[in-house]
Design a protein around this ligand. Sequence first.
Ligand code: GLY
Length: 417
Amino acid sequence: MNVLILGSGAREHSLGWKLKNQGECRSIWIHPGNAGTRQQGFQDFGDVNCLRGLVSKAKDYSIDLVIIGPENLLAQGYANAFRKSGIRVVGPDEEAARLETSKVFAKNFMLKAGIPTAPSQVFSSYQDLISFPRNHWPWVLKLDGLAAGKGVIIAKSSDEVRAFGESVWLKNLFGSGPHQVLAEDFIPGLEVSYIGFCDGDRFLPLASATDHKRVFDGNQGPNTGGMGAISPSPHMTPELESKIEKRVISPFLKTLKESQLNFRGILFIGIMIDENGDPSVLEFNTRFGDPETECVLPRLEGSLLNLLIATAEGKLKEISPPQWNPKTSVYVVACAPGYPESPQKGAQITGLESITGDVFLFFAGVASKNGGLVCDGGRVLGVGSLDFSPAGARQKAYQALSRLHWTGIHFRNDIGL
Ligand code: GLY
């Protein structure tokens, strides 16, 4: 089988790495990939960038399965186009991807399905937002639409609400609009990422994981794309999993069918666990999580390819749920100086040859220069390891990371603590 993975991050590298290790694919392409994935032997499709060109090249190369990594490609109808051309795709159609690309669409879907979620209001103008009477804080404001992780704030005062409203409607920081903002009550608790293969009829979960979103230790500093993860999630229990199955997954699948949405891809549910141990859905994503995927896939036992094909063909009912290595996985992301506000490019990465043995390393924001690799994006690469104890996995991952260097390298020291 020939597989094409679309995307350029560590998530896509980890998918290629797992498929390659399992030896069931004839060829694996990662497009556009990055200098690190190319160094690891994954070819790209060259300078083809438009959708039509990609589909045509995929046909030329007899691609049997396409896995779509980033949400912006789903939002642009990439899954529809590959599917229409007769190629199997892991990724929902554009309409179903609105569960991620539109916060308002997702909230309405949750309400229709009866999925537990925070009470909310929708605002379509600056005036409406700032004049809404609000006397308890914080208040979570989410721009409707993709905003590269910058469209959500947790406002603690009316000044912060006003500043966010200004950036949306008066300063046009997210384009000229029209815009909507979903405002919802803040739910305190512990966050869990619940991700799985979904073909519209069935949902098969990946092992649980918890991402660490803030840039600094102790969950301080601004939000990032994700600074590292631990799997299994320390917050997941069989009791909680059964609540999620009953209160979230089952109504989700029923409503998906009623809404006639074509979902053959990855469903990622961001869940807050409240003080009573009850789940409340924060968001849906319609793709693999990053860095959860890099952390979780090393624990997968059994064929990833079979799971992906069954997802693409709508045959998840015919296969057994995946089994997971009981070891803990800890994965730490290392970043370029200035990340997340203004990552600087160009610093030389050294020490890569010393990363051997019982660790895995996935590349993201790297470019090649003078035969080596340099930083070329915010999240540069990640290193992880498995062990019977979280402490052991942490120690191995951090020990490996300590052998890497570039000017201004930074990472969190408390991943998995
Ligand atoms: N880890 C969060 C995300 O992939 O959106």
